[in-house]
Structure formats: structure tokens, C-alpha cells
Write a protein that binds this ligand. Structure first.
Ligand SMILES: Cc1cc2nc3c(=O)[nH]c(=O)nc-3n(C[C@H](O)[C@H](O)[C@H](O)COP(=O)(O)OP(=O)(O)OC[C@H]3O[C@@H](n4cnc5c(N)ncnc54)[C@H](O)[C@@H]3O)c2cc1C
Ligand code: FES
Length: 275
């Protein structure tokens, strides 16, 4: 598939929740091609600071208008600069990059599990499959109510179930606790979130706490830090049963079972599902 380098025009850049913004850009070539879990590599600042582009998933795409939305959390230099970009600014981006999710050929029940900004590619997935007759539940975890993606940005046909660490919205506890209630109902599971969330999911999966169906596809979209995003620098590799795989080219979507070694070999990670 073609990768485009586009000078996208920023149409809006608005705060939608505590520390979460949505940037809408006019980027017709990338918008015409991109699929859920693929990403764009974005020059966040005006010049070469920071030198490296930053990867972001698409939250939603309007192919007719030629626009795409990026949901982002301000965590460092690049996202702080992106937050300060103004409507009408040109933003250089490369995309679409990476691979999309595999969806069962016949409409069925899809369980989506997101931590914080991990909701972004899952909302795009929901938007893509709902018109084809799939049923979608999105379990979304965050530290507190104010850090959730507001429901108005989630398609109304999605069952949107919240969990918060502090109990200010939805279930009081980790979003991973909710998976057991939906696992048997689902025909396929899609996950995107930070490593502590993936660690909890992998542990539950290995212990078969949700029941067991070895044929059920469980896919994870990873959000590693990246360098080139073009498969060259090897700055994003993860260990899988097929050897080292590049998240930018071979992913970002992987089968959960293929990530077990990578997940358990990472330093013990704890923390909130929204980072
Ligand atoms: C395929 C893909 C899709 C992504 N989609 C989104 C998205 O839709 N929305 C969004 O907000 N972010 C997304 N990210 C993460 C995003 O790329 C980083 O948050 C961003 O690069 C941070 O840049 P920065 O310059 O602001 O922070 P930096 O200054 O680079 O880092 C600030 C702090 O955050 C940590 N950090 C940086 N990147 C990551 C990361 N990927 N995971 C965990 N910790 C990190 C750093 O170690 C540091 O402590 C995605 C990443 C990938 C690979
Ligand atoms: S970021 Fe360079 S190979 Fe993936």
C-alpha cells in the first residue's frame, strides 16, 4: 500500500477531556487509504524540534471531506508542541503506516478493550464495522472520569463501558476486570493500551481466567516509542515466536499470544490504564 507524505492543514485542535485533545487535519491522500490501527507519523512542531516525528493512530476518518482526527494525550515535548499548533497551520505527516486489524468475515460480536488514548484505533474500528452489522462493546479504562474520551466521540451503536481507578465513572477498578463479563459473548477481541494493562491482560489470558477458546482471535495494537516508523532503524522491535518484529512495519497489530515473551520480559510495570 502506498505511503504518502502530506502537508496536512490543521482544521481544529480542541481539548475534549483532561489532558486529551483531538486534532482534525485535512489530509486527503492519507484519509482516503487509512484503516483502523494504522497510524500517521507526525511532525509535531514547526521546525525540526523535536527531530523525530511522532506516531498517532486515527480516531476517525471522513473520506469525503478528506479529514482525519487524532486523539492525543500531552505527555512530552512533541505533544506539547502539537497542542500549541493553530488552526490553518501545516502539519507534515507520513501515512498510512503499519497494518490494520483482522476482522472475522461474518458479522458477529466484537469486544474492544482500551486504556486511555488506546481507545482511538478501537473507535475507528467500531466506526468501520458497525455499518456492516457487527455488534461492538468498548471497555475503556482511565485514571479518573475526566480522562475518558467523552461518549459523543464514540459511535452511538457501541456499548461504551467505563472503568476508572478512582471510581468517579463506571466500574471502580481496572478495566481488565470487566473482560470476564464479555469474553464468552465475543467472537474476537481487540486491545490497545499501555504496557501495565497488557501485562494484566496477558496474565489473565495465560491463567485462562475468562474461559478458554484457543480459536478466538485476540489482537493487540501496540503503542511503542518509535524512531523512523519505516522499518529501518529497528528502534521499535518486540520479541515474538517468529523472532524480532518491527512494530512500525510488522505491527502495530499482533496476536496477544505472540506478545507473551515480550510482555513478561519487560521490567515489572504498574500504573494507570491511561499511561
Ligand atoms: C502505532 C502508535 C499509535 C499511537 N497512537 C497514539 C494516539 O492515538 N494518541 C496518543 O496520544 N498517542 C499515541 N501514541 C503514542 C505517542 O506516539 C506518544 O505519546 C508520543 O510519541 C509522545 O511524544 P512526546 O514528544 O510528547 O513525548 P516524549 O517527550 O517522547 O515522551 C514523554 C514521556 O512519555 C513517554 N513515552 C513516549 N512515547 C511513549 C509511548 N509510545 N508509550 C509509552 N510512553 C511513551 C516517554 O518515555 C517519556 O517519559 C501512539 C504510538 C504508536 C507507536
Ligand atoms: S521505528 Fe524504525 S524500525 Fe520501527
Amino acid at each position: 500500500m502506498a505511503v504518502y507524505q502530506e502537508r496536512a492543514t490543521l482544521i481544529s485542535n480542541e481539548t475534549v477531556a483532561d489532558g486529551l485533545l483531538i486534532a482534525r487535519v485535512h489530509s486527503p491522500q492519507i484519509a482516503s487509504q487509512c484503516q483502523p490501527a494504522q497510524f500517521v507519523h507526525v511532525r509535531c512542531g514547526d521546525g525540526i524540534d523535536p527531530l523525530l516525528l511522532r506516531p498517532f493512530s486515527m480516531l476517525t476518518v471522513d473520506r469525503e471531506a478528506g479529514t482525519l482526527d487524532i486523539l492525543y494525550q500531552v505527555v512530552g515535548r512533541g505533544t506539547e508542541l502539537l497542542k500549541n499548533r493553530r488552526v490553518g497551520d501545516e502539519i507534515l505527516q507520513l501515512g498510512p503506516l503499519g497494518k490494520t486489524f483482522a476482522v472475522p468475515p461474518n458479522p458477529g460480536n466484537l469486544l474492544l478493550v482500551g486504556g486511555g488514548i488506546g481507545a482511538a484505533p478501537l473507535v475507528f474500528l467500531a466506526e468501520t464495522v458497525i455499518p456492516k452489522g457487527y455488534s461492538v462493546t468498548l471497555l475503556s479504562g482511565a485514571r479518573t472520569a475526566a480522562r475518558h474520551l467523552p461518549a459523543e466521540h464514540v459511535p452511538s451503536a457501541v456499548e461504551y463501558v467505563l472503568a476508572t481507578d478512582d471510581g468517579t465513572a463506571g466500574y471502580h477498578g481496572p478495566v481488565t476486570d470487566l473482560i470476564a463479563d464479555y469474553f464468552l459473548w465475543s467472537d474476537a477481541v481487540y486491545i490497545c493500551g499501555p504496557w501495565p494493562m497488557l501485562t494484566a491482560i496477558d496474565a489473565a489470558y495465560q491463567a485462562r481466567v475468562w474461559g478458554w477458546n484457543s480459536k478466538k482471535p485476540i489482537q493487540v495494537s501496540l503503542e511503542n516509542q518509535m524512531g523512523c516508523a519505516m522499518g529501518v532503524c529497528l528502534g521499535c522491535v518486540v520479541t515474538t515466536p517468529r523472532g524480532f518484529q518491527r512494530v512500525c512495519r510488522d505491527g502495530p497489530v499482533f496476536a496477544l499470544r505472540d506478545l507473551h515473551t515480550e510482555i513478561v520480559s519487560r521490567p515489572k510495570l504498574t500504573g494507570s490504564p491511561d499511561r
